[in-house]
Design a binder for this molecule. Structure first.
Ligand code: CA
Ligand code: CA
Length: 145
């Protein structure tokens, strides 16, 4: 994989954005996807950096979740804000990770991200259901480096 553009086509990206939109219809949680070529530091620390950079730590209920992907490193991280971590077990994202991993192994990045986003939404919904007056606090567009 030489270029980040080769990872997902514009159409595929839009399908993922749509999955985020659908997920956020059922939860007040805010899901974002960030894709970059490689991480120069530990992927988890990089995810944390991106989380702050995207101002994802500014949601009202502290329930933003970032799916960070470093394409060439073949790695990804799911990072949820402290509002989530304070009410869920540490294994909370395992099912979402498994979904993403199973598709990434087959090289199906688009489906991995779509199903991962939908799964994350389902999990978030249990603790942070959508409520009347909920607003879209964070852009659903995919962020890229
Ligand atoms: Ca929202
Ligand atoms: Ca959003």
């Amino acid at each position: 994989m030489s270029k980040i553009e080769d990872f997902l086509s514009a159409e595929e990206e839009q399908e993922i954005v749509e999955a985020i939109r659908i997920s956020e219809k059922n939860t007040s949680g805010e899901i974002r996807v960030h894709i970059e070529k490689t991480s120069e530091i530990d992927a988890f620390n990089r995810a944390l950096e991106v989380f702050h950079y995207l101002k994802m730590d500014n949601t009202k209920d502290e329930n933003g979740v970032l799916i960070y992907v470093a394409v060439e490193d073949k790695t990804f991280v799911i990072y949820g804000d402290k509002g989530i971590n304070s009410v869920v077990p540490s294994s909370f994202w395992d099912s979402t990770k498994d979904v993403i991993q199973s598709y990434f192994k087959k090289g199906d990045y688009k489906q991995g991200l779509i199903d991962g986003v939908l799964k994350a939404g389902e999990e978030l919904q249990k603790h942070f259901p959508w409520h009347h007056g909920d607003i879209d606090e964070l852009s659903n567009e995919i962020s890229k480096n």
